[in-house]
Write a protein that binds this ligand. Structure first.
Ligand SMILES: Cc1cc2nc3c(=O)[nH]c(=O)nc-3n(C[C@H](O)[C@H](O)[C@H](O)COP(=O)(O)OP(=O)(O)OC[C@H]3O[C@@H](n4cnc5c(N)ncnc54)[C@H](O)[C@@H]3O)c2cc1C
Ligand SMILES: NC(=O)c1ccc[n+]([C@@H]2O[C@H](COP(=O)([O-])OP(=O)(O)OC[C@H]3O[C@@H](n4cnc5c(N)ncnc54)[C@H](OP(=O)(O)O)[C@@H]3O)[C@@H](O)[C@H]2O)c1
Length: 528
């Protein structure tokens, strides 16, 4: 008998983080991928998967490493930063200024740095007496300081394997969460000081290319760059390549700033770069004491930073777009905003500065015609874009939301607002030996990664079966039709109800395969 689970109609019951209740915004979610059954034709991998590279030592990459290593894969982990933790590795060092206007999406995070032409790899160089400012910029671009601030409170659930202490409050400091993620890394010998020969910190993935054996595609080659600052004016750098059968990309969602193309903002930024910052650079409120601050964007970052600045700044303008969105309505963030913050509509233009010698001499104009002067600082809290600079062959910025590629591979990234062409938001349909961990919004990264990693471990072993490529594209197209036919930034948003449904799907899929072929069974998500 063919067992088909009916499409499950799930209702979103709350937002990503359980402290936020958003019943009014509930959206129907159709879990429209069917459960593969034994007799179905399935996708057959063209080479066996033994060796897997993981990019990123945030919570997603760490969980994926543990899962794959325990499943018997030969695993390597690469992290550009000098510590594990991902977003939760707070440092006082701030990222570089966000480019204004936005850079093309392919190099919006970094421009890959490849070994000098013609060098045999591995290739190492050591440099002395270099310009300190250049070195600082180079270090920051390599490691990318994370977009969190000193007072940030977080509300992540515990990794299923590593319970929180009983009396821990739901909201904890980012610093505590950082220690927790590092404890998990240490527990699995993945921390910086564990001397695990399979884990590489300070190492950025620059390029992933298809590897060919006898003219046939057989796995992937990664080009890696280790960058270590050895003194105030010296550094060493090493490039090498490594071959893999499969790659798990756990590089996070917040590496590339997104800055709205507001008329005149670039001119203001060119003239006063020290007064205009993206939220990723915000660390503390003290620098804004007695200043007038314009915050653009009123979602989590904008609203929380506005709240913190309010007792320091003399005035805070918080600019928001007017259209409501079901997943992120303004009311979610408004309760955090103190009364003496002035909410303003969208900024139409930053007017020409002429001979202004201070930014506060300039004026901005809002879409309702209001003009505002006297702004000392601008904080751009307009979010981030997805990009994978190491996979330029799968980035096609020329495609609009309603277009697909007419030739060549279907892209992963177009304008950076979403990631496309994935089965279960996990496997790249064109090449399912590439998997993406934690790219969804509206789910709990600390838990969700467990199920993605378990699915990848089972699928790459040939246990859990992927449908054929045609079938994966068919369900994918149906999902796009259900979504309205146009890719946009909420394409990857799940919400807790849908995330729960997806996790249960992964559990059933992986466990059915484990019963059949052996291997570890996994538990369903806890309701606690
Ligand atoms: C301001 C802010 C507040 C948040 N608050 C919460 C919260 O309260 N609760 C919650 O659950 N979530 C919160 N999040 C979401 C947060 O992203 C997740 O909790 C979690 O960090 C996701 O883990 P990850 O491993 O998927 O990605 P990340 O933590 O982003 O880790 C990705 C890692 O990949 C590395 N990397 C990237 N590119 C490369 C490369 N080319 N080569 C090598 N390494 C690379 C990065 O350096 C990083 O270490 C917040 C995010 C932000 C920005
Ligand atoms: N404590 C916490 O849990 C916490 C704190 C901070 C951040 N975070 C997380 O970090 C991630 C990033 O959050 P974020 O707030 O930085 O980015 P975000 O969620 O992408 O929000 C960006 C906001 O900027 C708005 N915007 C864009 N262009 C604008 C313009 N020209 N004028 C006015 N508004 C504009 C967007 O509105 P449109 O929708 O109209 O584009 C959106 O509301 C999220 O996952 C968030 O949950 C969590």
């Amino acid at each position: 008998m063919r067992l088909r689970s009916p499409a499950l109609a799930l209702i979103l019951s709350s937002c990503a983080y359980p402290s936020i209740v958003c019943a009014e915004q509930q959206q129907p979610f159709i879990l429209n991928h069917e459960f593969p059954v034994r007799e179905d034709p399935f996708y057959e991998f063209r080479w066996p998967v033994h060796k897997v590279g993981i990019i990123g030592a945030g919570v997603g990459g760490l969980i994926t490493y543990r899962t794959l290593a325990q499943a018997g894969y030969d695993v390597r982990l690469y992290e550009r930063d000098h510590h594990p933790g991902g977003v939760w590795h707070y440092t006082e060092e701030t990222p570089l200024n966000a480019p204004i206007p936005n850079l093309p999406v392919v190099n919006a995070d970094y421009t890959p740095s490849l070994p000098p032409n013609g060098t045999r790899l591995p290739h190492e160089e050591e440099h002395f007496q270099v310009d300190e400012n250049w070195l600082t910029a180079e270090r920051k671009a390599h490691r990318l300081p994370k977009p969190v601030w000193a007072s940030l409170k977080s509300n992540a659930p515990h990794i299923p394997e590593l319970h929180w202490p009983e009396d821990l409050p739901w909201e904890i400091s980012a610093k505590q969460l950082q220690s927790y993620v590092r404890a998990f890394a240490s527990y699995h010998s993945l921390n910086t000081n564990d001397e695990n020969p399979n884990v590489f910190y300070n190492t950025r993935v620059e390029l992933i290319e298809k590897r060919f054996i006898d003219g046939r595609h057989h796995g992937w080659t990664m080009t890696l760059k280790e960058f270590i600052q050895t003194g105030p004016q010296s550094y060493k750098v090493k490039w090498w390549t490594e071959d893999f059968d499969a790659i798990a990309i756990a590089t996070g969602r917040y590496n590339s700033p997104s800055v709205s193309p507001i008329t005149g903002l670039a001119e203001w930024n060119d003239k006063f770069p020290e007064n205009i910052h993206h939220s990723r650079q915000y660390r503390r409120p003290e620098g804004f004491t007695n200043k007038t601050v314009l915050i653009i964007g009123a979602a989590s970052s904008g609203a929380e930073i506005a709240a913190e600045l309010n007792t320091f700044a003399s005035k805070v303008y918080l600019s928001t777009r007017v259209h409501p969105h079901p997943h992120y309505p303004l009311e979610l963030f408004i309760p955090f905003i103190p009364k003496n913050t002035t909410m303003i509509p969208e900024v139409k233009s930053f007017n020409p500065l002429g001979t202004a010698t201070k930014m506060s001499e300039g004026t901005i104009e809002l879409f309702n015609g209001t003009k505002i002067a006297g702004i000392d600082h601008v904080l751009v809290c307009t979010g981030f874009r997805y990009t994978y600079p190491f996979l330029p062959q799968y980035i096609n910025p020329s495609l609009r939301g309603n277009e697909t590629a007419s030739e060549g591979p279907q892209p992963l990234v177009t304008d950076g607002s979403h990631v496309r062409s994935l089965h279960l938001d996990l496997f790249y349909i064109e090449e399912p030996t590439l998997a993406f961990i934690n790219i969804n919004g509206g789910m709990q990264s600390f838990v969700y990664a467990e199920y993605l990693a378990a699915a990848a471990a089972s699928v790459w072993k040939g246990h859990a079966k992927l449908p054929t490529q045609n079938e994966m594209w068919r369900t994918y197209s149906q999902r796009l039709r259900d979504f309205g036919g146009i890719f946009e930034k909420h394409w990857l948003f799940l919400g807790s109800g849908a995330a729960d449904g997806e996790m249960r799907y992964f559990v059933a899929w992986v466990n059915e395969a484990a019963v059949r072929y052996g291997g570890k069974q996994i538990n369903g998500p806890s309701k606690a």
